[in-house]
Design a protein around this ligand. Structure first.
Ligand SMILES: *Cc1c(COP(=O)(O)O)cnc(C)c1O
Length: 405
């Protein structure tokens, strides 16, 4: 008999990654639809009163309310878990909902969290402003310094929180070392894997406990919906995350889940091609940027201090890199001269997009915060898309010339 459900782990766990990306989690209705069904329902009905009582008591499987379960969202969650190699995953309304839930579900007053200095602006806001308001101590360190992680550990340290590669400076964290250190001290690692995605990097293979995502980025990959996800052990998801999630409600909509699920089917193809395009465009830009006195921040190029480590941890280095032109005037001149590449602060999209982090994604950190993180006034971040890289290089070439570089 043909398999009608990709929810059967006994069958799906034998599948190789490419098969998981298109079939894991597929849960067909009695109609046998090829494309996963979109269940736009908030509630469910029951044949009798005992059925619903059993479900609420946790004694029977089945849906009760879409803040807690929805078939379309469940399909996405199973697919993400299978692609990540995680026991379980839960979808969230956005990447920031995922980061907030990952931290607040497990930290309490008196606990301590060590976080990476280089991070997405809102992730730093959680660490610098939100957690301290609830009496949770935080220490921010240089995540590329292995010794700094160990030095920051206190008796009450409960969580390590970091991104790799980090937004927007492309710092690479030594996953094996940092996750191993955390394990040895009973600390839970929460890794924001938005820049890589599960086809390029699976932090759990290096000992990470929790992997959190902005699925808005390369998972959707076509700039359509906001979404997030959290992966972990079955026990952590059920006992630590779910009490927080079911009662606070950062639950993804069925529509957005369906869009992201379709994105996952092509994720590896897009991530590989966009990574290759990013390396090719980086190689084109590097001599021009350095000749102008600037600096490349690209884990796919040999000039990156952790290039070898990035290649060891990742299947490819991803679509995003940054470069520093020295001044905001030069950075703005280049952005304004672009004809093909769009000015946009989104990433992971099939379209090439470029932004100036200091005045956009990292504007609310203040000058001192940016200086500490290396977000300089001349820094530009690019998401390299699926266009022909020769067209991207031509656009950069004319824009550099018209910016006088
Ligand atoms: C975009 C991003 C987020 C936030 O995700 P949203 O879906 O926009 O809420 C978190 N972390 C990183 C590294 C990101 O790039």
């Amino acid at each position: 008999m043909k398999k009608t459900t990709g929810m059967d782990r006994a069958a799906t766990s034998k599948w190789r990654p490419a098969t998981r990306a298109v079939r894991a989690g597929t849960w067909r209705s009695e109609h046998g639809e090829t494309s996963e069904a979109m269940y736009l329902t908030s509630g469910y009905t029951y044949d009798d009163a005992q059925t619903v009582a059993d479900r609420f008591a946790g004694e029977a499987d089945g849906m009760t309310y879409s803040r807690l379960q929805n078939p379309t969202v469940a399909m996405l969650e199973e697919r993400i878990a299978m692609m990540e190699g995680a026991e379980a995953a839960r979808a969230q309304t956005s990447g920031m909902a995922a980061m907030t839930a990952s931290l607040l579900c497990q930290l309490s007053v008196g606990d301590h969290c060590v976080a990476a200095r280089a991070a997405f602006g809102s992730c730093r806001w959680l660490v610098d402003h939100l957690l301290p308001r609830f009496g949770i101590e935080t220490t921010v360190i240089d995540s590329a310094d292995n010794a700094a992680w160990e030095a920051a550990i206190r008796p009450n340290t409960k969580v390590f929180f970091f991104e790799t590669p980090a937004n927007p400076t492309l710092d690479i964290v030594d996953l094996e070392h940092v996750c191993g250190l955390a394990r040895a001290h009973g600390i839970t690692t929460v890794v924001d894997n938005a820049f890589a995605g599960p086809t390029l990097q699976r932090p759990m293979e290096f000992g990470a406990d929790v992997v959190a995502y902005s699925a808005t980025k390369i998972m959707d990959g076509q700039g359509r919906v906001l979404a997030g996800a959290i992966c972990g052990s079955e026990e952590w998801i059920t006992e630590t995350l779910m009490p927080f999630q079911r009662n606070t409600g950062p639950t993804l909509s069925a529509f957005n889940a369906w869009v992201v699920m379709k994105g996952l089917e092509t994720l590896n193809l897009r991530a590989q091609r966009q990574s290759a395009n990013a390396v090719a465009l980086g190689e084109f830009l590097e001599p021009r940027v350095t000749a102008a006195g600037g600096r490349m921040l690209h884990p796919g190029l040999a000039s990156h201090p952790r290039h070898e480590m990035a290649l060891k941890q990742m299947d490819a280095t991803g679509p995003i890199f940054a470069f520093d032109l020295g001044t905001q005037t030069r950075a703005f001149a280049l952005l304004d001269a672009l004809e093909l590449i769009d000015i946009s602060n989104n990433i992971g999209d099939a379209k090439s997009l470029m932004c100036h982090p200091a005045s956009t994604t990292h504007a609310n950190m203040g000058e001192d915060g940016r200086a500490e993180m290396g977000v300089t006034d001349g820094l530009l971040r690019i998401n390299v898309g699926l266009e022909d890289v020769a067209d991207l290089a031509e656009d950069m070439d004319q824009a550099l010339k018209s910016a006088g570089l």
